[in-house]
Design a protein around this ligand. Structure first.
Ligand code: HEM
Length: 219
């Protein structure tokens, strides 16, 4: 039986960013799909108003998150790796149903497994930029310029709407998988608790983790 140790994995800002991001994406999706005419909830005008406000909140949060990732060096968590990628995928497809052990060990310097690294990096450098860029084009196409952005020669909203809606579906698919995967930690609620409190029980790797943890907690 391996030893477990409580480790401070998610810092204050990280948790603030994570929960605000999830709230904003929830609001953006809820109002976005009303704008898309999937259902009626707030009424079109109010949905647009909430969507625009949440979008600006999201952009501000992204700016702070970029600053935090760069200044803390946490961006390195998202460097993709092929090491263990296959075994991680096999674990989610088969091993998890047979009670096999997790193929990758969560540590302070490597909090994400190889699949998470790839997926989160994809969100950060592809899906979220597409949402922000298409959303801003949508916003400014519609309002100040009154149906034209002469500068970039767009004469129809169609392509922008297509990208924006496609991104919204990808994000929704991510959320579904994400909600399932958070239940697959050490215990069913351990990942959720970790993102709320910052602390998580990780397998004890001896001195190095403890020392690093102590050091990072003091910072
Ligand atoms: C900073 C990010 C974002 C900005 C600036 C933005 C902006 C906009 C704007 C201006 C519209 C058009 C509103 C109108 O017709 O008057 C729109 C529509 C929409 N947004 Fe966003 N949005 C953002 C993020 C998101 C996110 C994260 C989601 C979903 C998870 C989302 C889902 C949608 C959907 C589904 C529509 C309707 C598209 C259509 O049917 O053409 N948006 N967004």
């Amino acid at each position: 039986m391996k030893n477990h140790k409580k480790v401070y994995v998610y810092k204050g800002f990280e948790r603030f960013w994570h929960w605000n991001q999830s709230l904003l994406i929830f609001l953006l999706a809820l109002t976005g799909f009303e704008i898309h005419s999937s259902y009626t909830l707030f009424g079109f005008e109010t949905a647009v108003d909430i969507h625009n406000k949440a979008a600006w909140g999201f952009i501000i949060l992204i700016v702070f998150a970029i600053f935090w990732h760069v200044t803390t060096g946490e961006w390195k968590q998202y460097i993709p790796t092929t090491k263990n990628l296959r075994s991680q995928a096999e674990f989610y497809l088969f091993g998890i149903f047979r009670n096999s052990p997790h193929p990758t060990q969560k540590t302070l310097i490597s909090k994400l497994n190889p699949l998470q690294r790839l997926v989160y990096l994809g969100l950060k450098i592809l899906i979220i930029p597409v949402m922000v860029a298409s959303g801003l084009l949508y916003m400014f196409y519609r309002y100040p310029q009154d149906s034209q952005i002469a500068l970039i020669n767009i004469d129809s909203l169609e392509l922008i709407a297509l990208f924006h809606t496609f991104g919204a579906f990808v994000l929704m698919a991510f959320v579904v998988v994400h909600l399932y995967l958070i239940t697959t930690g050490h215990t069913i609620t351990s990942n959720l608790k970790a993102m709320i409190t910052g602390w998580e029980e990780l397998e004890d790797e001896g001195e190095s983790t403890t020392a690093k943890n102590k050091e990072s907690h003091e910072n």
